[in-house]
Design a protein around this ligand. Structure first.
Ligand code: BGC
Length: 811
C-alpha cells in the first residue's frame, strides 16, 4: 500500500486539515525532515518522543522524509478555511475559522483512546469569519498524557491536534460566544516540559534532539547509514566454527546464564508456560543475567531472546493481555491497531525479551482450525494490512529503538489454509492459489522490516513440510519476496518447536535457527552424529552445508546489528519499562482495542428503540461462565500455553465487573441461569468456550466448545424462555472462531461477536451503556458460517454465510 496523503481536503464549507489515520499515531507535533548525509529524504523514519509519558506518540516520515504535521513545519491547521493567525504566544495560538456557509461548529476534547472528555463548544454559526481564542488561564490537568482537540464543521473534522494534558485547562474557563467570536477552551501546546525527539531508522545511527516545546520545527535531521555488513563481518570474522554453531542455538528458559555463555549461544527462548510464577522484574532479571554473562565472554555478542508474544507479553503474569489477533482483525482504526501492538512491544521489552514469536499472520480459511484465533482474518488483502500495522506497531521502522522488539511473523505459510482445518495439515492447492492466499501477508511484513520468520508445522500443497520447503523458504522468501521493488527477506528464519528435524534438510531449505527445546545446548556440540541432528555434525564434522552455516550466522548477526544489540541501552532492560508492565495506560489502549474489536451482528428495535446501547440505569442480569472470568476472555496463550479458566494473570476486569462499575442508578447481578434473572429488564448472555491452544482447539469444531455455556441444549431453551418473558436478551459470543449460533440468535434481541478480548473485559461493558458514548465499529473478519457444514466458507467462494465478511452494525 502506498504511503497515504497526510492531509486530506474535504468539502464542507471549509477545507479539512486532519492527520491521515493510516500509519502513525499522529501525536507527534514536532516537525522536521529526516535526510541522509547526501540530503535525500528518508521515507518512513521513526520519530518518537523519549518522554515515557508520550510513548504512544510516534510518527513516520513521509516519502520525502518529512515528519510532524506538515512538510514545511507549519501546523496543518494552516489550510483554506481555518488558519492560524497568531503564532505561539505565552497565552497560546489564535485560529481563524472561515465559514463559507452557515453550519454547526463543535469543539470537542478526546483522550487518546478516542473517548470524549468534554464538549467545549457546539453552536450553529452564520457564514463569516470567527476567531477561536485560547484560554487565558489553565487549570485542572486531565488524567491522560495527552488530549486531542477536534473542531468540526457539520460532520467534518476541520482541525485536530494533540495537546499536552497539562495544557488543557478547566473548561469552565472557556468563556462564551461573543458575537462572531466564539471563545473556546483551546490552547496551542506551549511547553512546560523539556523532551527529546528521537529520529531513527533501522540501519541508520539515530539522532536525538532536545526540545523545549512540542510544536518546534527542528528542520533537517541527518541520519548516517550504518554499514551493517561491516559489523556482521567483524563479529563473524572472530568466531570459531563451534561459536558459529552456538550463535544458531537458542536453549529454552531458564537455562543457566553461565551455560548459555560458555556455549556462546545466540539466543534463548520459551514456549507456553515458560514464565509461570515469574514477575516482570524476575523475567527482566533473567534476561539481564543472560546478556551480562554473554557480554563477559570474549565474543561479546548478546542473545536474541523470545517468548510467545501472542497477544501482548502474554507469557508473563500481570502483563496486559490484548485481544487475540482475530479480534484485532475486526478493528477498523489502523492507528489503534498499531497502538495495540505498541503495548505488546513496550511490555515485552519491559520483561527483558528483545524478540517475540508473533504476530501470527495466518489467513483463516477454515474456521475449524484449532488456531483460528491466532490469525487476523480470512482474506489475503486484510491480512496484508494487518501484518503491516502489527509489524509497524511492534518494530516501528527502527529496530535500534530500545522500545521495539524483533517481530517474528508466523507460520510461513499456509497454516490457516489446511485441508479440513487440520493442525498441522496440508495447505489446500493448487500451488498458485495457495500462494495467492497465503504469501501476500509476508510481502507486507517483510516490506516494513519484519526481522524474523517462523515456518509452519504444516506442509505446502506441493513440496512438503514447510521447514524443508526450499522453494518457498529460500527461493521465494529469501530471494524474491514480493514485487521487484521490495527487498527480499534479509532477517533469519527460526524453526518451530522441534520442527526442524532432521536438521540437514531444513538447514539446506533455509532454516537458520532451530527451536530445539529438548536438545538444549547439546545442539551445538553433543556427539549426535548418528542422528545428524546437531550443528556441529552438520556444519563442522560432517561439513554438509558449510555455506549455509555462514549465511545463517550472518543473518542472525545482521538482525542483532539492526537492533544495535551490542550497545548497553539495548541489551540491558530499561527498568522504567518494566515498571510499566500492566499499567493503567496500557490497559486503556487494550480496552480501546476491545471496544474496536466488537462486531455488532444484531440490534433489534424493541418498543421503538434499539436494544443497544442500554441506559445506565437498566436492571441487568449477566449470565454465562465467560461473563465473569478473565481466563476465558483471554483464551489460550495466557501465561500458560493452553490458558485456563479463572484468572491466570493479575489485573484485568471481567465483563460483569466492568458493567457493575459503569452502571449508575441501575443494577447488575450475576446469575446462574437466565431463568434466575428475576425481574431484570435485560439479560446479558455470554456464550463462551474454555481456553485452548493449537491441537486443543481441534475437537471443538463449531459447536460451542467444552464450556457448558455454549449454544446448545438447555442454554437454547433458557434463552428462549427469557426472551418470551419479555426480557431484552443481549447475546455476547466470546470464542476463538465463529460458532454455530443458530440455536440462540433468534431469541437474542442484540448479538455481539467479541472474539477473545483479553484481560480488559470492561471494554465490552463500555459498549453496552449509552452514556459511555461509543459506537460499534468492528467488522467481521471472517464469513460467518450457518453451521459447521458450511466450512470452509470464505468471501468470494459463492457460499452464503449467516453474516457476510465485513458485516458489522454501527448501533
Ligand atoms: C507453536 C509456535 C510457538 C512455539 C513456541 C509451537 O508449538 O506452533 O507458534 O511460537 O510453539 O512456543
Amino acid at each position: 500500500m502506498m504511503w497515504t496523503q497526510r492531509f486530506v481536503a474535504v468539502a464542507a464549507g471549509v477545507a479539512i486539515a486532519c492527520v491521515a489515520a493510516e500509519a502513525q499515531s499522529g501525536d507527534v507535533l514536532t516537525t522536521g525532515r529526516a535526510i541522509t548525509t547526501t540530503g535525500v529524504g528518508i521515507p518512513r523514519a521513526t520519530v518518537t518522543y523519549m518522554n515515557l509519558a508520550k510513548r504512544f506518540s510516534w510518527d513516520f516520515a513521509d516519502a520525502q522524509g518529512y515528519f510532524g504535521h506538515s512538510p514545511t513545519g507549519v501546523i496543518p491547521s494552516v489550510a483554506p478555511g481555518i488558519r492560524q493567525t497568531t503564532v505561539v504566544t505565552a497565552a497560546g495560538a489564535m485560529l481563524t475559522l472561515s465559514l463559507a456557509a452557515s453550519n454547526r461548529v463543535s469543539i470537542e476534547l478526546f483522550d487518546l483512546n478516542g473517548k470524549k472528555i468534554a464538549n467545549l463548544y457546539d453552536q450553529k454559526l452564520e457564514k463569516g469569519e470567527y476567531t477561536i481564542r485560547p484560554l487565558a488561564s489553565l487549570s485542572g490537568a486531565r488524567a491522560k498524557s495527552m488530549c486531542l482537540l477536534k473542531i468540526s464543521v457539520g460532520k467534518e473534522v476541520v482541525y485536530q491536534k494533540a495537546f499536552d494534558a497539562q495544557l488543557i485547562g478547566n473548561t469552565a474557563a472557556a468563556g462564551s460566544v461573543v458575537s462572531k467570536e466564539p471563545v473556546v477552551a483551546m490552547r496551542k501546546a506551549v511547553l512546560l516540559a523539556v523532551d527529546t525527539v528521537r529520529v531513527g531508522m533501522t540501519g541508520y545511527t539515530p539522532v536525538k534532539i532536545p526540545i523545549t516545546r512540542y510544536d518546534t520545527a527542528i528542520g533537517n535531521v541527518t541520519l548516517a547509514a550504518i554499514n551493517i555488513d561491516s559489523i556482521v563481518n567483524a563479529y563473524f570474522g572472530r568466531m570459531t566454527q563451534l561459536q558459529k554453531c552456538g550463535q544458531l542455538a537458542m536453549p529454552p528458559y531458564p537455562i543457566a546464564a553461565g551455560t548459555l555463555a560458555s556455549n556462546f549461544c545466540g539466543g534463548a527462548f520459551g514456549g507456553g508456560g515458560c514464565f509461570s510464577g515469574y514477575t516482570p522484574t524476575t523475567t527482566a532479571n533473567l534476561h539481564d543475567g543472560y546478556q551480562n554473562a554473554l557480554m563477559g565472554t570474549t565474543l561479546r555478542i548478546p542473545a536474541i531472546c523470545a517468548y510467545d508474544a501472542v497477544h501482548g507479553a502474554s507469557a508473563v503474569p500481570s502483563a496486559v493481555i490484548m485481544p487475540h489477533n482475530m479480534g484485532m482483525g475486526a478493528i477498523q482504526d489502523t492507528v489503534l491497531i498499531q497502538k495495540g501492538f505498541r503495548v505488546a512491544a513496550l511490555e515485552v521489552r519491559g520483561t527483558g525479551a528483545n524478540w517475540g514469536f508473533g504476530p501470527c499472520i495466518a489467513v483463516i480459511r477454515d474456521d475449524r482450525w484449532g488456531r483460528a484465533y491466532e490469525g487476523f482474518c480470512e482474506t489475503p488483502e486484510r491480512t496484508q494490512l494487518m501484518a503491516r500495522h502489527a509489524v509497524l506497531g511492534i518494530q516501528l521502522t527502527d529496530l535500534s529503538f530500545p522500545m521495539t522488539y524483533a517481530a517474528c511473523v508466523k507460520h510461513f505459510a499456509g497454516d490457516g489454509n489446511t485441508l479440513g482445518g487440520a493442525n498441522p495439515g496440508t495447505t489446500e492447492g493448487p500451488d498458485a492459489t495457495a500462494r495467492a492466499i497465503n504469501l501476500p501477508g509476508y510481502v507486507s511484513a517483510v516490506a516494513v522490516g519484519a526481522a524474523t520468520v517462523m515456518p509452519s508445522f504444516s506442509s505446502w500443497c506441493v513440496g512438503g513440510q514447510m521447514h524443508r520447503n526450499k522453494t518457498l523458504l529460500t527461493g521465494w522468501l529469501k530471494t524474491a519476496t514480493g514485487p521487484p521493488t521490495t527487498t527480499p527477506f534479509m532477517g533469519f528464519v527460526v524453526g518451530d518447536w522441534e520442527a526442524g528435524w532432521p536438521l540437514p534438510a531444513s538447514a539446506d531449505a533455509g532454516l537458520d535457527m532451530p527451536m530445539a527445546p529438548g536438545t538444549g545446548v547439546g545442539i551445538i556440540s553433543t556427539n549426535d552424529v548418528a542422528n545428524n541432528n546437531n550443528f556441529n555434525s552438520i556444519y563442522n564434522l560432517g561439513g554438509t552445508y558449510p555455506a549455509r552455516l555462514d549465511d545463517a550466522v550472518r543473518r542472525v548477526l545482521r538482525v542483532k546489528a539492526w537492533m544495535n544489540l551490542f550497545s548497553q541501552d539495548q541489551y540491558v532492560t530499561n527498568r522504567n519499562l518494566t515498571a510499566l508492565v500492566g499499567c493503567a495506560l496500557h490497559r486503556d489502549v487494550a480496552r480501546a482495542c476491545v471496544r474496536g474489536s466488537l462486531v455488532l451482528l444484531k440490534n433489534n428495535m424493541v418498543g421503538g428503540v434499539p436494544v443497544l446501547p442500554m441506559p445506565k440505569n437498566s436492571t441487568v442480569a449477566v449470565w454465562g461462565t465467560g461473563g465473569n472470568d478473565v481466563g476465558i476472555q483471554c483464551g489460550g496463550w495466557c501465561v500458560s500455553w493452553q490458558g485456563s479458566v479463572g484468572n491466570p494473570t493479575s489485573g484485568g476486569t471481567t465483563i460483569y465487573q466492568g458493567m457493575q462499575a459503569l452502571a449508575t442508578g441501575g443494577t447488575v447481578t450475576f446469575v446462574a441461569s437466565p431463568a434466575a434473572a428475576g425481574a431484570t429488564n435485560y439479560v446479558v448472555a455470554v456464550f463462551s468456550e474454555n481456553p485452548y491452544a493449537e491441537q486443543g482447539g481441534l475437537s471443538i469444531a463449531l459447536s460451542g466448545g467444552p464450556n457448558t455455556s455454549g449454544t446448545n441444549g438447555a442454554v437454547i431453551t433458557q434463552i428462549a424462555a427469557a426472551h418470551t418473558a419479555g426480557k431484552r436478551v443481549i447475546g455476547i459470543l466470546m470464542a476463538g472462531r465463529p460458532l454455530d449460533i443458530s440455536g440462540v440468535l433468534a431469541n437474542c434481541d442484540a448479538f455481539i461477536w467479541a472474539s477473545l478480548p483479553g484481560t480488559e473485559g470492561r471494554g465490552i461493558g463500555e459498549m453496552l451503556y449509552s452514556d459511555q458514548g461509543y459506537k460499534f465499529t468492528g467488522k467481521l473478519q471472517v464469513t460467518w458460517p450457518n453451521n459447521v457444514n458450511d466450512e470452509p466458507i470464505n468471501v468470494g467462494d459463492g457460499k452464503t454465510g449467516l453474516f457476510a465478511y465485513g458485516f458489522g452494525l454501527t448501533d
